[in-house]
Every structure is written in structure tokens, then in C-alpha cells.
Ligand binder design. Sequence first.
Ligand code: HEM
Length: 116
Amino acid sequence: SAQDAKAGEAVFKQCMTCHRADKNMVGPALGGVVGRKAGTAAGFTYSPLNHNSGEAGLVWTADNIINYLNDPNAFLKKFLTDKGKADQAVGVTKMTFKLANEQQRKDVVAYLATLK
Ligand code: HEM
């Protein structure tokens, strides 16, 4: 069904273990992340896997975030491999969290789109 930002706000509580909209914590600030180049929150030190994906052209569209959250390592490694950069598709992302529920992924991304 449709994306529901209100339901997504509740899902985002799980993200808040590590993320805020407006500052870096364990994870990078997520305000403005929808439409942002991967690996570019100011002042955050990313894993090579996340950083290299941005350099290879990964932009956090809503669809990309929805797919990423299902399995961040698999998503980033596939992205780099598809770009012909299998040599960079090594190591692990620092984001250890996965969200298996597709409706929750859609909803949380609708909420992320409201964060400035
Ligand atoms: C990275 C979203 C939960 C830790 C990211 C990125 C996104 C994201 C979009 C990439 C940001 C960028 O490239 O600038 C979310 C959402 C979550 C969630 C929507 C909840 C549904 C968590 C949790 C943790 C976490 C619970 C900690 C246990 C991190 C870390 C990174 C990251 C450390 C940097 C990854 C790296 O450098 O490899 N997250 N996250 N996230 N997240 Fe999350």
C-alpha cells in the first residue's frame, strides 16, 4: 500500500538508536538524506563501502533507500559491482541494522523525506 509518513515516524524510533536528523551520532545525520549523494553528511567518517558507493554515483533516492534498508551490505556491493567496481565491493558497512518489512521501509522513507 501507499507510503505513510506518520507510520514512518514510529518506525524511525528504531533508527534513532544511531541517527538524528540534525547531527551525526553513531550514524550520519539523516535530515535531507532523500536526494543526497551517498557518503556526504558533513563531518561523518564513513566506511569505504559507503563512501565509494557515493563516489561511484549512488544517490539516495526513495527507491534506493527502500532497497538498501533490506540489506545494506548486499545493496552497496551490488551497486558497486553493477558499476564495474567489484574491486571496491569489499568490507562491510558500519550500518549493522536491517529492516525486513517492506511496508515499514516504504513508510520510514516517506518520513525521511519530511526531514530537513
Ligand atoms: C548509514 C538510514 C538504522 C547506523 C545510513 C544511511 C542511511 C541510513 C540512508 C546512509 C547515509 C549516507 O550515505 O549519508 C537508516 C534508517 C534506519 C537506520 C532509515 C532505520 C530504519 C540504523 C541503526 C544504526 C545505524 C539502528 C546503528 C545500529 C548507521 C551507520 C551508518 C549508517 C553507522 C554509516 C554506514 C557506513 O559508513 O558504512 N543509515 N539507518 N543505522 N547507519 Fe543507518
